[in-house]
Design a protein. Structure first.
Length: 455
């Protein structure tokens, strides 16, 4: 529990023959009125009518009302929507009064002009002396109640309590438009379901795992399927007068496409976005942040080089080819001679002609004999030498070069910030559930968490 305030207070006992809020009734005006009450969902409209007649029409300054409802899950969507439409007979959304309906609030509060009342007493007809209107009553509310009257300068305690309840947005709707009654009802009914909370907590854990360890730097790791083709293409780029014309050919060689379509699902940076796409219809509470994130993600998914970026990338690739001496392939293999020999010695393929005479009298591979064979183009062709050269240093350099250009085209750090903001939003909403081993175990048992590591 969180301490809201430490204030001077007076404990009051209310007999059912008394009006619980007689002091408020004596006021001509109720300044900075705050009301939190509770009742059955089927009586929502009548509760608003009572509040209007008893308190709201005397409200001055800011005014906020929260009505907690029971039986939301059993009343049905249409009946609840009907109650919401009906309450507009007694509530003017343009009056400046803020009206909220909550699916998990049992607080009873009346606060105005620096005084707050908290306790067991609802702000409803039950607050009236039980014999009021006795001739017309079928049911009589006769309950002893306890109230605590606190001196609350500026209604600070009442406002803090109100805000804490409003933080539980999944279960709360601000009522503003009669035309949205059905949407309010649907959201409230969906919000009170335990399955909704379970689903959202599971999604938060999945999103947390997807974002773990990601940075804002775009990394699309290339894959070399044909070393010889890669080196020959880089050599062409190194010698080309217009190198960017060969960039798309290089993309096709390394990624199988010129727009990265096949690798986006595997690239680290793109993993969360497919998850967010799947959450879009379910995370209604966080819809604005989800939509912002999807818009940013879609821009990244549509990433493609424009003409200027393509030209700049081509020039950088040409410089890369020169640095790695791959522009001229003969010079490249001569520079890589030691690595080629080491590759042959660690993984000999005796069926090739360049292995002829490469062993000594004891049958051991001989470095000098292999080196001699390398110099004979009839025994070992240029392509065979290229095949023996590890492409990883060049692939790493290409990835870094590509990442710099993609980062200039699209600053993905903003995308990650939005994703983490969404995660924090969900985690704040369900902080108690996320901290509960029992709740997370419940999720796992219901197969909402396929990976135990997420726990």
């Amino acid at each position: 529990m969180k301490t809201i305030a430490k204030l001077s207070a007076t404990v009051l006992h209310r007999h059912y023959g008394e009006h619980a809020f007689a002091q408020a009734l004596a006021e001509k005006e109720l300044h900075d009125l705050r009301i939190i009450t509770y009742g059955v969902a089927g009586n929502l409209a009548s509760m608003v009518k009572y509040l209007h007649n008893t308190f709201l029409r005397r409200a001055k300054g800011s005014c906020r009302v929260m009505i907690g409802l029971s039986n939301i899950d059993s009343i049905g969507s249409e009946a609840l929507a009907g109650q919401i439409r009906k309450l507009f007979r007694h509530f003017d959304p343009h009056s400046g009064i803020e009206l909220f309906v909550h699916g998990a609030c049992h607080i009873k509060l009346l606060s105005y002009r620096g005084v707050s009342f908290l306790g067991s007493q609802n702000l409803s007809g039950a607050a009236e002396p039980y014999f009021n209107g006795i001739e017309d009553k079928l049911y009589f509310n006769r309950f002893h109640e306890a109230l605590v009257r606190i001196e609350d300068p500026g209604n600070a305690c009442a406002n803090a309590l109100f805000d804490r309840v409003l933080d539980d947005r999944m279960l709360c709707q601000r009522i503003c438009r009669r035309s949205a009654a059905q949407a309010y009802a649907d959201a409230l009914i969906e919000g009170v379901k335990i399955d909704t909370a379970a689903s959202h907590v599971a999604q938060a854990l999945q999103l947390r795992a997807a974002l773990k360890g990601l940075s804002g730097y775009i990394c699309l790791a290339p894959e070399c399927r044909d070393r010889v083709a890669l080196y020959r293409l880089l050599s062409k780029i190194g010698q080309a007068s217009v190198p960017h014309t060969l960039v798309e050919e290089l993309f096709d060689e390394l990624y199988g496409t010129d727009d990265f379509a096949e690798v986006k699902d595997e690239a680290l940076l793109f993993r969360p976005w497919s998850l967010v796409h799947s959450l879009n219809d379910q995370l209604s509470l966080h819809k604005p942040k989800v939509l912002e994130l999807l818009e940013e993600a879609e821009a990244l998914e549509a990433l493609k080089f424009d003409a200027q970026a393509l030209e700049e990338f081509g020039q950088d690739l040409q410089q890369l080819a020169d640095r790695h001496l791959v522009t001229h392939l003969q010079e490249f293999v001569e520079h890589q001679e030691f690595a080629i020999i080491q590759s042959i010695m660690s993984n000999p393929e005796y069926e090739h002609s360049y292995m002829y005479g490469a062993t000594d009298e004891d049958g051991n591979l001989d470095h000098e004999r292999i080196e001699r064979n390398l110099c004979n183009s009839e025994l070992m062709s240029l392509d065979q030498k290229l095949e023996r050269i590890d492409p990883r240093p060049i692939l790493d350099a290409i990835e870094q070069c590509l990442g710099r250009h993609l980062h200039r085209l699209h600053d993905s750090s903003a995308l990650l910030q939005q994703a983490n903001a969404l995660l924090q939003d969900i985690e704040q909403q369900y902080q108690h559930e996320l901290q509960s081993e029992e709740f997370c175990s419940f999720l796992h048992k219901r197969n909402l968490l396929p990976e135990p590591s997420l726990l």
